[in-house]
Design a protein. Structure first.
Length: 402
């Protein structure tokens, strides 16, 4: 008897995704049949080996969303359109040589970011956020800290004014959560990027946007705007969740108790452990089969959508035979993707500097932090795509602002 498709929504992605992935693997194998909003069918690739196969073969498993065999069923107001777009002129849906040229443009623009300047920006904004709460003896390390930090740093690197940061945070969160407000959030972000592009065309500066505009590969304004939106979305929320999930691990797991008392190596270990066990980017849309094929014992038809189950693959028992053991420095996880569409290395480095700086500032400034609520009461956002806490309230001995 064929198991019923699993809805890719609902509270279990909040409360017990690890158990849900185990059940899906038990019932469906390494590739699970799922349904999206509106009863739209797709495949969720949960096996480590199968995900490596899909992400490593960009011809058979294409990034070209025009191949999708479900477009005639997708309404104009479908809430997942910001996540699974059609004819989006961004790097996400570009293939072949043009994709490699765009990836090079983005990598070069980010590679030119001075690492000392990047850390300085991250420390300054992190200190400002801690200053706002340090005299109170309590802070929500998600809502009042992690959710505000990456976008402020990225906005500065790109060329935005500091006043534009809060609006960008709201728009990004609405867009990524894929529910009410998703399309409005996407429009706000696109408008902000278009205005910034016009400003930098008239008045170039030493920032990421100006460097992208100076590239000679002949990309249109619309293509650059779309790429900037992708970079901002991919750089902000997953990094914010990386900070929040790492701090949660340090505060709740005895293995990382030393992290709270100046153990800098433990910070790096905790951050790497999160990328294996509690990765911010759980599932990614996606790839489209360019012809009929077999994957994980299932018949995949031409035009079928395959979702990349990054967390499912990271926890595949064939590669993590002892899930309780620390991963140490092993970074063979899928949290940054794989293949030619993986997150560019300079973008990974920017995210890691922001996340690590954000965590270290908390530990330096608030040395006796402790959870203000029972660990079991911490809740996650209702998203199958990104996994992050709704809040992380802590208490500490009040300290003076810098």
């Amino acid at each position: 008897m064929t198991p019923a498709p699993v809805p890719l929504s609902g509270p279990r992605f909040q409360t017990e995704p690890a158990e849900l992935y185990r059940e899906m693997r038990r019932d469906h194998g390494s590739v699970a049949s799922v349904v999206l909003d509106g009863n739209i069918p797709a495949w969720l690739v949960l096996g480590y080996r199968e995900l490596h196969q899909v992400t490593g073969d960009p011809v058979l498993f294409s990034r070209d969303s025009d191949l999708w065999n479900q477009w005639d069923r997708i309404p104009d107001d479908w809430p997942l359109l910001p996540m699974i777009g059609r004819k989006q002129p961004s790097i996400l849906y570009t293939v072949g040589d043009r994709h490699r040229e765009r990836a090079a443009m983005i990598s070069e623009a980010l590679e030119a970011v001075d690492p000392f300047e990047l850390r300085s920006h991250a420390e300054r904004f992190a200190d400002e956020l801690i200053d706002a709460a340090c005299a109170k003896g309590e802070i929500d390390l998600v809502g009042d800290y992690a959710a505000l930090l990456p976008v402020r740093v990225l906005a500065t690197l790109y060329g935005f004014s500091e006043e534009q940061g809060p609006g960008l945070v709201t728009a990004l969160n609405d867009m990524i959560n894929g529910r009410a407000g998703a399309l409005a959030g996407q429009q706000h972000l696109a408008g902000s990027m278009a205005r910034l592009l016009a400003e930098r065309k008239a008045d170039p500066a030493n920032d990421v946007v100006s460097r992208m505009l100076a590239d000679t590969s002949g990309f249109t304004d619309e293509e650059i705007i779309q790429d900037l939106m992708v970079m901002m979305a991919a750089g902000h929320q997953p990094t914010a969740d990386w900070i929040g999930n790492s701090l949660r691990l340090m505060l709740t797991d005895d293995r990382f108790a030393a992290s709270l008392f100046g153990g800098r190596n433990s910070v790096a270990e905790a951050m790497n452990e999160v990328l294996w066990e509690d990765t911010p980017t759980q599932n990614v849309a996606g790839r489209w089969a360019s012809r009929d094929t077999q994957l994980g014992g299932h018949r995949v038809r031409a035009g079928d959508l395959l979702l990349l189950g990054l967390q499912g693959a990271n926890s595949d028992p064939q590669v993590r035979t002892d899930g309780s053991a620390l991963t140490g420095g092993n970074n063979a996880h899928f949290s940054f993707g794989h293949g030619e569409h993986r997150c560019p290395f300079p973008a990974q480095e920017v995210a890691e500097v922001i996340a690590r700086t954000g965590i270290e500032v908390v530990l330096d400034r608030l040395p006796d932090i402790d959870l203000a609520v029972p660990a079991a009461s911490l809740t996650r956002r209702p998203s199958p795509w990104l996994r992050g806490l709704t809040e992380l309230p802590v208490r500490f001995t009040p300290v003076p602002a810098l």
